[in-house]
Design a protein around this ligand. Structure first.
Ligand code: FE2
Length: 428
């Protein structure tokens, strides 16, 4: 037997046809016409074979809680936080773990095989932290879950959060989180950036901050995050999530800020679905849409990834664990419509978030972890347009999910019997 698993007849993102041979949890060969001797054969049938989707910003402790104890009537970030506060005392270890496991099943079926989740550390019981650490262990053979210690109610504003955050890190949480715009004053927000980055430097950890998630053009905690990243030598290990205030900032100020982010090595993680749903709620028309300046940051060399943030929770009433939905929305809001820009948006939900998370062995290469998704599409842009069906998902060497092809049967005279809406550009 040449391989444990063989993905046969797929098309890679660059258009080349290739088989992918897998031994154990590693890719052993990528070439056309590999010997068809394998424990399991996945027939890709000329469809796109891609590295798996990665979501670098999510809230696994809140997901699938929509309606508990009530829904968010104003649709604002602040009511969502208040609602989560109402729900928190009623959480149980089992319920958090069960909802997370159910969400991970959805994710796997969508080819989403790695998630960085924030976990609220403001509850002294640290119940959600323990539940998600259990889930992380349980799913490790097929799914990468990375946890961020997130003081949802404020690092300084929430009593106990300073100690709880360190306790969560002691338990094995890997990333330091924060929410400077949620502190009582701008000055407390600024101080929290210094303290949290110092904790990360001392412990050798990564940082991911909910940063400036407001429509306030003067919310500028990203500046302090960039400064601390540079001062403490944390470049490449720090992400600023949301950065929605940058949408509303003065243009001159942003022209100085973005190069500073690039220079310091601070990544940006906008969450398009949530940002345009929650921001601008205090505006009349014209309404700001609240997504940060993605094309401008990419142009300046800032690392950018799109995150999903929420699915069916106090902040967002929709979602299916589909990172193509996320990129599709991001592409529209950022007006990234050229072929090269659309192709880049695909990277923003695959390779770039994998890099921010520090996922070892990610990608389709010999020696890499054998995780991939077969999409019912011709290429990455086609996949985005279709929010393509996931025909097969392989995780760490094992076929873990299959979905029947999405094909309509036509009953029209003189027309093809089947359509799947894939698109090949016409030759001139
Ligand atoms: Fe978030």
């Amino acid at each position: 037997m040449a391989f444990d698993c063989l993905v046969r007849g797929g098309v890679l993102a660059d258009g080349t046809r290739a088989d992918i041979g897998i031994v154990g949890d590693r890719i052993a060969a990528i070439a056309p016409d590999l010997p068809a001797e394998a424990g399991e054969i996945v027939d890709a049938g000329g469809h796109l074979v891609s590295p798996p989707f990665v979501d670098v910003h999510f809230h696994m402790d809140a997901t699938l809680s929509y309606g508990l104890p009530r829904i968010n009537r104003s649709g604002t970030l602040l009511e969502g936080i208040a609602l989560w506060g109402e729900l928190k005392p009623h959480l149980t270890h089992e319920a958090v773990a069960e909802r997370a496991m159910a969400y991970i099943d959805w994710a796997v079926s969508m080819g989403l095989l790695a998630v960085r989740t924030h976990v609220d550390v403001c509850d002294d019981r640290l119940l959600a932290v323990e539940a998600l650490l259990d889930v992380k262990k349980r799913v490790a053979p097929w799914f990468d879950l990375q946890l961020v210690a997130f003081p949802q109610d404020g690092y300084y504003r929430s009593p106990g959060a300073v100690a709880n955050l360190e306790r969560a890190l002691d338990l094995g949480v890997e990333v330091v989180g924060g929410i400077p715009h949620g502190e009582r004053t701008m000055e407390d927000g600024r101080r929290s950036m210094t303290a949290l980055c110092e904790i990360a430097a001392r412990r050798g950890l990564m940082v991911d901050i909910h940063c400036d998630e407001t429509d306030d053009p003067l919310s500028r905690h990203i500046e302090q995050l960039v400064y601390e990243t540079q001062r403490l030598g944390l470049g490449g290990r720090v992400a600023g999530s949301h950065l929605t205030s940058m949408h509303s900032m003065d243009n001159y100020y942003v022209s100085k800020l973005i190069p500073l982010m690039a220079e310091a090595g601070v990544a940006a993680v906008p969450n398009p679905l949530i940002n345009i749903m929650l921001q601008g709620r205090h505006d009349t028309y014209p309404k700001r849409r609240g997504m940060t300046r993605v094309p401008e940051m990419l142009k300046a060399g800032v690392t950018v990834a799109f995150g999903q943030d929420c699915v069916l929770d106090p902040w967002y009433s929709l979602g299916t664990a589909d990172m193509l939905d996320v990129a599709f929305m991001g592409l529209h809001v950022a007006q990234m419509s050229s072929p090269a820009d659309m192709r880049r948006c695909y990277d923003l939900v695959t390779e770039t978030p994998a890099r921010i998370m520090g996922l070892a062995g990610y990608g389709l290469a010999v020696g890499a972890t054998a995780s991939l998704v077969v999409l019912q599409a011709n290429d990455p842009v086609d996949a985005l347009r279709l929010r393509a069906n996931r025909l097969a998902v392989v995780a760490k060497g094992r076929l873990v999910s299959t979905t029947p092809p999405r094909t309509a049967t036509l009953r029209l005279p003189g027309r093809p019997a089947a359509v799947d809406r894939r698109f090949t550009p016409p030759t001139p």
